[in-house]
Structure formats: C-alpha cells, structure tokens
Design a protein around this ligand. Structure first.
Ligand SMILES: Cc1ncc(COP(=O)(O)O)c(C=O)c1O
Length: 364
C-alpha cells in the first residue's frame, strides 16, 4: 500500500528536479532510458532481413537464442553443454522463467517483492531465508526441510546489492548438497555486478561444475534494456541427456498452457554483450560519487556499503521516517525500505541527493 502511495506521489510531484530512485531500470547520465547501440543496430538489421517473418516460434522458443542463453550463463565450454545435459526454454522474461511447481520454496528475506506472488500464485508454500548475514543464511539452509527449493540470486542481489563471496557460495553449495535441496537461480542482472557476463556467472557455473542439477531463470530486461519485450529463458542442467529431453518436453507442455507461444522480437535482439560495460561502469561511478559527496558533507555514519554493494541497487540504510522526509522535502523517491536504484543517479543530481541524505540523517 505504502509503495503504491509513493508511486502516486512521484507522478503527482511537479518539481522539475525530483529524483526517482525507485525504478529498477537503467537511466543514462541525463536520467533518460537508454537504447543500447547494439539493440538499435540489430533492430535495423531485423527490419531489412528478408528471411524474417511473424510466424509462430516453436513452443520452446527460438533455439539459437535459447542455446546462446545457456552458453551465456553456463559458459561456452561447459561440460553440461558438451554432454547435452542442458536445455533452454524461452519464457516471458525473467518473471515468466521464475514461474514454474510441490516442495517448499525458500526465497531470501529481503528479496524482489514479486517472488512472493509468483511462487505463491503457482501453488508453492513460500518460506524465507535470512539473507546477507552468512551465519543466518547457513542456519536457514541447514534447518529447512530436506529437498526444499532454494531461490538464489545468481548475482547483484535485489534489493541488498550484497552477493556471497566465492568462499560463501562454496559453503552454500555444500549445505545444499548435504540437505538435498534444489538450487533455483534467478538471474536478472548478469553483467550488471561486474560488467562481465562470465564473472557474474561464477556461482551458477560453480554449482554446475560441482555436479548439481539446476534451474536458472534468465532475464534480458536489464542487461539488454529491453524491459517491455519480455525476453527470458529458463535454462536447466540435468544429470543425463535423456533427462534433458524429458524436461524439455514437460516445459513445452507448461509453456503451451500458460503462454501458448513465446515472443520472437527480444529473442532475436539478444546476441551481443559490449554495452553491458557502459551501464555497469556508470553505476559504479555513481556509487563512488555518492560516497565522495557524503564524505565531503561530513555526513554522519559509515557509507562504505554504497561502494561495496554491487549491481543496480543499494540499500542506503535510511529509515522509513527518513525516506518519508526525503520524499516530502527533497522530492527524492525510493522504496520504503531505503533501497535506491543507483541508475537513477547521474552527474546532475548526485550532489543534490547526497545533500538530501545528509539533511535527513542529521534531522529526521
Ligand atoms: C531478482 C529479480 N528477478 C527477476 C526479475 C524479472 O524481471 P523481468 O520479468 O522484467 O525479466 C527482476 C526484475 O526486477 C528481479 O529484480
């Protein structure tokens, strides 16, 4: 409810200098949506390609796209790919890919709000595991019923911006194996954490190398900036080639019933990675600038988490009361839990943002 009110306030606010840090979508340095140059180029090619038409795709999608998608997350030299123990089925973006059903599903607390609705509506019992303190996370993994599904953010955790270290991932994998849990990776920000697709796939590839069967829900909304094209893929790694064939057939049945046929446009666009670095670097720069201004203003508190957190979001640590004041007095909008989208900051508004934070920290 509070969230909906906040959106209403944002749209009603006539201040030309209002700052929107609530939206989970990339903005350029002028605060404008950005069409990646590679996407522009592919769109032009698509327009003039005489071989393209608007026929239905196969129920599991465009095979060149789903194979490329598996390569992108698993690595081109993945053993699972060589041994044909994988499959990819196109989905309605990351949200659609998350939407697949028995066991209890554990999602992180906090997490992307839609996880509750997606798994709840699909008929799962949804429980949460405490996130970002490794000790409580391990405890939740150990005490959950054996054979539970654990939804793990592959990289750039939303909303905390804190990912496990490689050592912590190894520990998580060891407990998941011991407890016979099933790892379900939600990967909505590959490339956003480090600017490298490969680095951001480290955790997923570690699990595959360790012999796990996994599901990975891949979204191309953010890393290709094609939010409304609803482009995603559910990549599955199985133990055998025959299982991959069987799972593909089951997922085709589910696709047929839920969407009948996947959309082609976004799948045709996803074929390059160069532009990720531009977005990741601008976000990293805004993290540094925010901390530089807060240091300059001698704002009380330790702000190093802003630069140590990664990905699109940052948990500022501001309280609900401070979030209210920053909105009313400074026209700065963020979610009530103090999460900001770093992509909403740019060279023109980062100082004003820091000043607003400085004010609420001292006075609210
Ligand atoms: C953690 C996480 N998973 C999945 C998604 C799905 O996004 P989409 O359905 O646009 O691909 C998002 C979007 O914000 C997200 O933050």
């Amino acid at each position: 409810m509070a969230q909906a009110d906040s959106k209403k306030d944002l749209h009603a606010d006539q201040d030309p200098n209002k700052i929107n840090l609530g939206i989970g979508a990339y903005r350029d340095n002028d605060g404008k949506p950005w069409i990646l140059p590679v996407v522009k180029k592919v769109k032009q090619n698509l327009l003039t390609d005489p071989t393209l038409n608007h026929e239905y795709l196969a129920i599991d999608g465009l095979r060149t796209f789903t194979d490329a998608s598996a390569k992108m997350i698993l690595g081109a030299d993945s053993r699972a790919i060589k041994e044909k123990r994988f499959l990819g089925v196109q989905q309605i973006s990351g949200t659609g890919a998350v939407l697949k059903k028995g066991a209890t599903v554990y999602i992180s607390d906090p997490t992307w709000g839609n996880h509750f609705q997606i798994f709840g509506d699909a008929g799962f019992t949804v429980k949460t595991y405490k996130y970002w303190n490794p000790a409580t996370l391990y405890y939740c993994l150990k005490t959950a019923d054996s054979g539970s599904i654990f939804v793990l953010h592959a990289c750039a955790h939303n909303p905390t911006g804190v990912d496990p270290t490689q050592e912590q991932w190894k520990q998580i994998a060891a407990i998941i194996k011991e407890k016979n849990h099933f790892p379900f990776f939600d990967c909505a920000y590959q490339g956003f954490a480090s600017g490298s697709l490969d680095k951001d796939a480290w955790a997923v590839r570690y699990f595959v190398d360790a012999g796990f069967e996994i599901f990975v829900a891949q979204s191309y909304s953010k890393n290709f900036g094609i939010y409304s094209e609803r482009c995603g893929c559910l990549t599955v790694v199985t133990s055998t080639e025959q299982q991959a064939i069987n799972v593909r057939s089951q997922l085709c049945r589910l696709n047929r019933a839920s969407i009948s046929n996947p959309p082609a446009y976004g799948a045709r666009i996803v074929n390059a990675e160069d532009n990720l670095r531009t977005m990741a670097n601008r976000i990293i720069k805004m993290r540094e600038e925010t901390v530089r201004h807060l240091t300059d203003l001698k704002t009380p508190g330790n702000w190093s988490h802003i630069t140590s957190q990664i990905g699109m979001f940052s948990y500022t640590g501001l309280t609900v009361a401070q979030v209210k004041v920053i909105k009313e007095k400074f026209h700065v909008y963020m979610t009530d839990n103090g999460r900001i989208s770093m992509a909403g900051l740019n060279e023109n508004n980062v100082r004003r943002f820091a000043e607003a934070v400085d004010y609420v920290v001292r006075n609210a």
